[in-house]
Ligand binder design. Structure first.
Ligand code: HEM
Length: 500
């Protein structure tokens, strides 16, 4: 119905398309970066395209990010944009299924569970999971022989997906989830995940088998978590993890979280972190492997920081890991070139004027985006903008250590956006909304998992680099944009050799 409303003169330009309703869905879906850049050339930084019957107004660049992500929640709503995708997967009464002020309280509860004390404990657990994986998974059969001269191969995405869920469940999700991972839990996860695709985003109510499976899995998974919560309530053992933290908290009204709310927040964390982190780890490894010198530099960084006089490496620890500039730059640069979430959307709740300092049809006119449209910011476009970044499409982690370089400047804006002091090392925390570097979003919906993601990725990558020499003769793979999160296409096999 949105398309039946006649366009007003003040609206941003509409991208030309041949197919009604479908609009530009195919160009956008195949390659959003190319589509946005082509449109930017024709129409400027602000334009509207049709996406399966929706009008989506794109606002590009750092100013576009600021416009969309810094917009008030009364003007731009995330709930309408994401609810139909996330509620069937996460469950009711959490995240986008509740009014924004309630979700903001839930986000605070999550933050309480992400303490430094917990992070300190997580490092050993993550290392243990990755080393066990190296010693047992068939992908590492050559490693397991102990032979340091032979090369083996592994699928970067598959391995990272496996170790990400193993390590996230061992740490954030709690011991009950970790111990069920080899049994029923992973099947439920797979079915639930099958409902987290672009099709589900576009068409929430198709009579598809995958939707039926998703709904059944959501119910079972929710029951599984609720059962853990109830068992914990009965027992005397006190856990000190995310679930325990959520169970102990109350809303401002004084009401404590209901069991199903705790369960659904846990599912939301699982789903929000799994693909984003695993795909980032895969891209990082693939990019590093394409520059074997860089892998060696990373290994040297480990030796310099953790080497002992008898030629061994001390175990990783949280404090020292926060000071590994090369590893940090590798993750940061990977997130610049491959932000897993290339488009961030909001629903326009009331007519919104675009500031003329950002974009305008003429000197004395202003664009107005009508209520009912969606707005879209693209971290990907800003992060690959050649007018901002030198050799924008080259993976160059060293750009982050050049104090005069654009990257450092971008980070500075990122930091200074809200005048907030940030914590360098494991991820930057800032609420600043105007920046060309925002892989974790910005503003009120900014990612809560950033520090955990850095910790998890940093520990996984360090452990792999400590144990393996790696290269990728086929080069860094192409992007697959057809999935919810931008994935590396095949071939993506990394060749590895056990370090001596
Ligand atoms: C939100 C990226 C890992 C939990 C977001 C957003 C981005 C993002 C761009 C903003 C979405 C928007 O504004 O619409 C990433 C990346 C990650 C990562 C690149 C890893 C490399 C995680 C992890 C967790 C997590 C590990 C959980 C432990 C969340 C949650 C939100 C969110 C709950 C919703 C915030 C809201 O709407 O207010 N993430 N994320 N993320 N992220 Fe992450």
């Amino acid at each position: 119905w949105q398309l039946l409303i006649p366009r007003r003169k003040t609206e941003p330009p509409l991208v030309f398309h041949w197919l009604p309703i479908i609009g530009s869905a195919i160009e956008y879906g195949n390659n959003p970066l190319k589509f946005f850049l082509t449109c930017r050339e024709k129409y400027g930084d602000v334009f509207t395209f049709i996406l399966f019957g929706r009008r989506v107004t794109v606002a590009l660049g750092a100013k576009g990010n600021n416009f969309v992500l810094g917009g008030k929640s009364t003007a731009f709503g995330a709930e309408e944009a994401y609810k139909h995708l996330t509620t069937p997967v996460f469950g009711k009464d959490v995240v986008y299924d509740v009014p924004n002020h309630t979700f903001m309280e839930q986000k605070k509860f999550i933050k309480v569970g992400l303490t430094r004390d917990n992070f300190r404990k997580y490092i050993d657990m993550i290392v243990d999971e990755v080393e066990t994986f190296l010693n047992t998974d068939p992908a590492f059969n050559v490693y397991q022989t102990g032979d340091t001269s032979k090369w083996g191969q592994f699928d970067a995405l598959q391995v990272l997906a496996d170790v990400t869920i193993l390590t996230a469940s061992r740490t954030l999700q709690g011991k009950e989830v970790r111990s069920s991972l080899d049994k029923s839990f992973s099947n439920l996860y797979a079915d639930l995940d099958g409902g987290f695709t672009p099709i589900n985003f576009m068409f929430p109510n198709l009579p598809l088998e995958s939707y039926r499976k998703r709904d059944a899995a959501q119910k079972k998974m929710s029951d599984f978590y609720v059962q853990i919560i109830q068992e914990r309530k009965k027992g005397n053992e006190h856990e000190d993890d995310m679930m325990a933290s959520l169970m102990s908290q109350s809303y401002r009204s004084g009401r404590s979280l209901k069991d199903h709310e705790v369960a659904h927040i846990m599912i939301a964390l699982l789903m929000a972190g799994q693909h984003t982190s695993s795909v980032t780890g895969a891209w990082a490894l693939l990019s590093m492997a394409a520059y074997p010198d860089f892998i060696e530099a990373l290994y040297k960084e480990q030796v310099q920081r953790f080497g002992t006089s008898d030629g061994k490496l001390r175990p990783l620890n949280y404090e020292e890991m926060r000071d590994l500039p090369l590893l940090d730059a590798a993750i940061r640069e990977t997130l610049r070139l491959h932000p897993p979430i290339h488009s961030i959307m909001r629903y326009v709740r009331e007519d919104a004027s675009v500031p003329p300092t950002f974009a305008a049809p003429s000197k004395d006119a202003t664009y107005v985006i009508p209520k009912g449209n969606y707005v879209l910011a693209s971290p990907l476009v800003a992060q690959m903008d050649p007018s901002v970044w030198r050799n924008a499409d080259k993976w160059d982690p060293y750009r982050w250590s050049d104090p005069e370089g654009v990257a450092a400047q971008a980070l500075k804006t990122y930091v200074d956006g809200n005048g907030e002091k940030i914590d360098f090392g494991f991820g930057a925390v800032s609420k600043g909304t105007e920046s060309p570097y925002q892989p974790f979003g910005a503003g009120r919906h900014r990612c809560v998992g950033e520090q955990f993601a850095y910790l998890q990725l940093g520990t996984i990558l360090s452990t792999l680099v400590r144990n393996l020499d790696m290269k990728i003769p086929t080069g860094v793979p192409q992007n697959n944009y057809h999935t919810m999160i931008t994935m590396p296409k095949h071939p993506r096999n990394i060749h590895y050799r056990r370090r001596n």
